[in-house]
Design a protein around this ligand. Structure first.
Ligand code: ADP
Length: 165
């Protein structure tokens, strides 16, 4: 039996072309992808969950089969709530591997019915992370090819000199 729906969880603070690439390639495998924006991150986010959800929605509005939502609490509980058994994650450099392996293992332990599926990042986006994007944008560097247009605009607003005191 194939899997029809996958949940793609993450911080998405903010969504990058690397994330979009995983979503688009995920749609080749799954009929529906629920992008689930985590609320309970230990990192202090730049954008609120609502802002992050809106930015993703605006960035994927031309694609069929993508739903964007926030979630709180344990990912496995959220999956049970929406009746989905598959977690989709992207894998970048080797440095992602250990962390992703730990999380996938823990989720499988919490709920053995859950399967985590990894898609390798495209080489174009191998080195992109939300944190590097934020660093570059903060100091006015050009990130236009690395993030969707709504994110580029939102970062300009966030880091506009008038707002930085
Ligand atoms: P988290 O805080 O859960 O790691 P992120 O928003 O950083 O949230 O990442 C969400 C998922 O997207 C993770 O599986 C991560 O490996 C993947 N990802 C992040 N950046 C990229 C990228 N440039 N290419 C492919 N996958 C990526």
């Amino acid at each position: 039996m194939g899997f029809k729906t996958a949940v793609y969880p993450g911080s998405f603070d903010p969504v990058t072309m690397g994330h979009i690439d995983i979503i688009l390639r995920g749609l080749e495998v799954f009929d529906k992808i629920i992008v689930a924006v985590a609320n309970n991150t230990t990192k202090t986010p730049l954008f609120s969950v609502e802002e992050r959800v809106e930015l993703i929605k605006n960035s994927v509005k031309d694609y069929q089969g993508v739903v964007v939502t926030g979630f709180q609490g344990l990912l496995v509980d959220y999956l049970e709530k929406v009746n989905v058994q598959v977690i989709l994650r992207g894998l970048r450099a080797i440095s992602d591997f250990e962390y992703e392996f730990q999380i996938a293992n823990m989720n499988a332990r919490l709920n053995p019915d859950i399967e985590t599926v990894f898609l390798m990042t495209s080489e174009k986006y191998f080195y992109i992370s939300s944190s590097v994007i934020k660093e570059v944008a903060r100091f006015g560097g050009n990130i236009s090819e690395l993030v969707p247009i709504p994110v580029e605009e939102a970062l300009k607003t966030k880091f506009s000199p008038d707002l930085l005191t």
